[in-house]
Design a protein. Structure first.
Length: 586
């Protein structure tokens, strides 16, 4: 322990003893952080993967231990997560988790943090490649902001600025902290980075009215530009946000250079322990590990043929009851309504086998519940895994939101509660109201306005994707194709169902579209493995562009996705126009 920590040695020992007694900890390191010219010390606590306490319990205990502590701060990491980022080739933990900084090691633990041998030249190549990829993404979004500014499309320019700032913060966090924060909020990124780079923690001053307004609008841009129709940002506010972006971008290179200097300094003064695992060994490559995203599940389960003698209502009801038991056993649900059903049949007849047939049945269900949407989405995946001949799409809303929608004469909720099938709970009383019919002239004007907004945004994303292709980007275009399709799906769902989804994952939206049209399966079939692979690539592209450091897309796949998106947009536009034309003029 160095001399700077000598005056606090007893207090530090007591703090470590309390932490290790109450929590299953693998390692504790100490890290010095300079904030505003003042040096503070942070305990880097690596939690064991065998911890029986929940993350909430651990956070509560650690907060309690540090409540009166003024000299030391702390940062919690999961052992498996730290090991993952080390194996991904990130350098920061090599400079944090050194033997000289080690304060505590779990007795008799077999946990190893670093590989025994590391190809240092490979590490430098890897971090250089990461730097090039991240700056390329940031530069593209910054150029997109300039393009939409010139077009006076300020909402889309704001979205591009938000994306450029988010990616910049993530890159800086990766090099300055060791892990980036999984959030789309620039305000949250500021708070996360403040102890490490104070200048960026105060990029938007929370005591300055102009900054508060600009930051709020910028954070809103991520979702509102994509999913709402009334997002606005004034030109002067947009220009102000772009100034902030141009202040932020140079820090990406600066934090990268600082990390390289810190790593080289540590490597040069490596003690015998570090030399053992820092030897240059070209014949021992490290395996690239892909970042796991909890909500990035394969969108379509691989189907297998299931022979049935006869499909009857009793069998269907049996599976529905099984689903209902599974859902109500894990979720606090007040009512479940079915508002859609579809099936598809596959016939097999050849010379070597008897004739056979298989069916796939799919139900669209409305859950009225107070549960969080993420939990409902998880249950949807688990329920669909129970039987591959049957599947379900779940939408979930709280009782208060349903009551509000009914008071506002929402077409979708009125129809579901009046015409849908009640599967669980007591039926809700639907108030008498004149719900606008799709045949009404006012409703026609409303639908046309909604569709104009959505298709305009979809085409803007498509234009951006083609511009990125012209610049020879491999990964950004696929993400933009995804967002273009999101806009189209939201538009046709709003027009045909009168429903505004509160889940925006592409595969969920495409499943909802199948409630009223066959367009998703026509353009994105899933009969072959190639179909499913292409669909998965498209569906996960928004997560991949943000979270994966290594992500290359085959040009053939990009071309296929590009064609499919163009077809989907055109067919959807034709479908909406034909539908609206059927509404008689009054």
């Amino acid at each position: 322990m160095n001399n700077q920590r000598q005056p606090n040695q007893e207090r530090l020992k007591e703090l470590i003893h309390r932490l290790a007694t109450e929590i299953d900890i693998e390692r504790i390191y100490i890290r010095q952080i300079d904030v505003g010219g003042l040096s503070t010390e942070q305990l880097v606590i690596i939690l064991s993967k065998t911890n029986k306490k929940t993350s909430t319990e651990i956070q509560f205990l650690v907060n309690m231990f540090f409540e009166q502590e003024q000299y030391y701060g702390y940062k919690l990491y999961q052992a498996s997560k730290v090991k993952d980022v080390i194996h991904q080739g990130r350098l920061r933990f090599y400079t944090i988790c050194t033997e000289e900084a080690l304060l505590y090691r779990k007795p008799d633990s077999a946990y190893t943090l670093f590989p025994e041998r590391v190809d240092v030249s490979w590490l430098f190549q890897k971090v250089e490649k990461d730097y090039q990829k991240e700056t390329e993404k940031i530069r593209y979004f910054e150029q997109g902001a300039q393009f939409y500014l010139e077009q006076e499309s300020y909402a889309f320019a704001a979205y591009m600025v938000q994306q450029a700032m988010e990616l910049s913060y993530r890159a800086i966090e990766m090099w300055a902290v060791g892990m980036d924060k999984i959030t789309h909020s620039i305000a949250n990124h500021q708070r996360y980075l403040a102890p490490y780079v104070p200048e960026l923690g105060a990029l938007f001053n929370d005591e300055k009215k102009e900054d508060i307004i600009a930051l709020s609008l910028l954070d809103d841009a991520y979702l509102d530009v994509r999913y709402k129709t009334n997002y606005r940002m004034a030109k002067d506010t947009l220009l102000y946000c772009m100034q902030k972006l141009h202040l932020l971008m140079p820090w990406v290179q600066q934090s990268y250079q600082q990390l390289l200097v810190a790593f080289k300094t540590q490597y040069k003064r490596a003690d015998p322990y570090r030399v053992a695992y820092m030897q240059v060994m070209h014949d021992v490559p490290l395996a690239e590990q892909q970042r796991t995203i909890d909500d990035a599940k394969p969108p379509i389960q691989e189907e297998e043929s299931v022979e049935v003698d006869k499909i009857t209502e009793n069998i269907q009801d049996g599976y529905l009851q099984e689903w209902i038991q599974a859902l109500t056993g894990c979720l606090k649900v007040e009512q479940i309504y079915s508002f859609g059903y579809r099936s598809k049949q596959r016939l097999v007849s050849n010379l070597s086998a008897e004739n056979s047939e298989s069916y796939h049945h799919h139900y669209d269900l409305l859950l009225i519940t107070h549960e969080e949407m993420a939990k409902v989405a998880t249950q949807e995946g688990q329920v669909n895994a129970m039987n591959r001949s049957y599947s379900v799409t779940l939408i979930a809303h709280s009782p208060s939101s349903v009551e509000k929608a009914l008071r506002e004469d929402n077409r979708f909720f009125h129809q579901v509660l009046q015409k849908g099938t009640l599967l669980y709970g007591e039926g809700l009383v639907v108030p008498d109201a004149e719900v606008p019919s799709p045949d009404d002239k006012r409703m026609k004007a409303h639908m046309e306005h909604l569709w104009f907004k959505r298709i305009t945004r979809a085409r803007a994303f498509l234009t951006s994707a083609y511009a990125a292709l012209d610049e020879a980007y491999e990964d950004v275009p696929v993400s933009l194709f995804n967002q273009s399709l999101e806009q189209v799906c939201l538009g046709i769902i709003e027009v045909f169902l009168g429903y505004h989804p509160n889940r925006h994952k592409l595969h969920h939206l495409l499943n909802l579209c199948q409630n009223f049209c066959a367009l998703p399966v026509e353009v994105f079939p899933n009969w072959t493995e190639e179909d499913r692979t292409l669909y998965k690539l498209l569906d996960q592209s928004v997560n991949d562009i943000r979270f994966r450091r290594e992500w290359c897309v085959n040009p053939t796949d990009i071309d296929l996705i590009s064609r499919k998106c163009k077809i989907f947009l055109q067919k959807a536009d034709d479908m909406v126009k034909e539908y609206c034309c059927k509404v008689p003029e009054m």
